[in-house]
Design a protein around this ligand. Structure first.
Ligand SMILES: *Cc1c(COP(=O)(O)O)cnc(C)c1O
Length: 387
């Protein structure tokens, strides 16, 4: 038997108590019992996204919420400014193209964060742009983009700021209302510790004005219809009932931990991972603006990254993500988002050290683990001495 560890930035591991909750016998969704559960979950999501706006629950993967964001605000022929610094930035472009929305891409080198100045300049050149589309955390390059200063620019304009918060919400501070984000969306299988299948989206008053009037074709993702139903604690179509039971338990766990602890936990695990890989002499993919969700690492040029990852997964039981497109085989991405703790970082680093050694790369075993431990140790209090 090979014990398996899932250390990819989505899907992420599901806590056992959440898995148990999802085994709850199905109840019909048009019942007072389910509506009560739904109301509690809605309130929990407002806490999570730090917003007084309605947070709508969709039965789809995260991309469904991305499409819904564009489809409810940008009409064919409208212009959207798109921060394109990785796979998920590219997805915004593809969604816009599919919906006939013109795009002004801001090309950002993979591994770098966009600058607020670049967004400001694009807005000045395209003052009638309907929206700025960006990721908070670009999971493919493990970069954290600066949402707050960009929101400071868009909030005084007619342009909407639409943020894909899929590996940011629940991992790092992303206060929708305080920062002035117009649309914030996320999905279930990253920080939210659930299986894939749910997406969440909240719109500001400014975004709702746009959604009410935008002349765009939409049906399943018509957020006007969905809001009308969800304000009565029900959904337009059949909700993903079992996942919503799990979500109820997830929100309970997260609220018990509290925002500050959740963000500090992710920050510490990320810092420990960065320290460890650097101690092994490896370079970070995103040294200047690293994401709290995952850490991208350049592999030594002599190593075939795809073979290394397959070896770690199939021989060592540890599933770590690789790179996409031109980064395939060249990087790996160690996840530290969701149901993760210090010993998941230790597992990942120890696996990496041993796999590198097996592939002939000169590593001093334990060096990365030691560097991680030094950072992780700061997270534990000194025990009280017996009096
Ligand atoms: C995972 C992810 C998505 C896509 O989500 P799906 O659930 O696969 O549709 C979008 N954006 C970011 C930043 C992600 O990490």
């Amino acid at each position: 038997m090979l014990k398996r560890y899932l250390l990819t930035p989505g899907p992420t591991p599901v806590p056992p108590q959440v898995a148990l909750r999802m085994a709850h016998p199905l109840v019909h969704h048009r019942t007072p019992e389910f509506e009560q559960l739904f109301a509690e979950v809605q309130e929990g999501l407002q806490w999570l996204l730090q917003t007084a706006n309605d947070v709508l629950i969709l039965a789809s993967s995260g991309t469904g919420a991305m499409e819904a964001a564009v489809a409810n605000t940008c009409a064919p022929g409208d212009t959207a400014i798109v921060v394109n610094g990785g796979k998920f930035g590219e997805r915004w472009l593809k969604i816009c193209h599919a919906l006939g929305v013109r795009t002004v891409p801001i090309e950002v080198e993979w591994g770098q964060a966009v600058t607020p100045t670049a967004v400001e300049q694009a807005l000045r050149a395209h003052p009638h742009a309907r929206a700025v589309l960006m990721q908070a955390s670009e999971t493919s390059t493990t970069v954290l983009h600066p949402v707050e200063p960009i929101a400071a620019v868009t909030r005084h304009s007619d342009t909407l700021l639409i943020v894909d918060g899929i590996t940011a919400v629940g991992a790092t501070d992303m206060p929708m209302d305080r920062w002035g984000i117009d649309i914030l969306l996320t999905g279930s299988q990253k920080a939210l510790m659930l299986p894939p299948g749910l997406a969440f989206i909240a719109l500001s008053a400014k975004a709702w004005r746009c959604a009410e009037h935008a002349r765009v074709p939409r049906f399943y993702f018509d957020l006007r219809r969905e809001r009308k139903e969800q304000q009565r604690h029900t959904t337009a179509y059949t909700p993903a009932i079992s996942l919503i039971y799990g979500l109820h338990e997830v929100l309970r766990l997260l609220r018990e931990e509290g925002h500050a602890h959740i963000f500090a936990r992710h920050a510490r695990l990320a810092a420990a991972t960065r320290a460890a890989v650097q101690a092994l002499g490896l370079q970070l993919l995103a040294p200047t603006a690293p994401s709290p969700a995952a850490t991208g690492v350049w592999l030594p040029a002599t190593i075939n990254g795809s073979q290394l990852l397959t070896y770690m997964r199939d021989r060592m039981g540890v599933d770590i993500a690789g790179g996409q497109d031109h980064l395939k085989g060249k990087i790996l991405r160690i996840s530290h988002i969701g149901y993760v703790g210090p010993f998941d970082v230790i597992t990942a680093i120890s696996t990496l050290e041993m796999a590198l050694a097996r592939f002939g790369y000169p590593v001093e075993l334990g060096r990365g683990v030691r560097a991680a431990e030094e950072v992780l140790l700061e997270g534990w209090p000194t025990p009280r001495q017996p009096s």
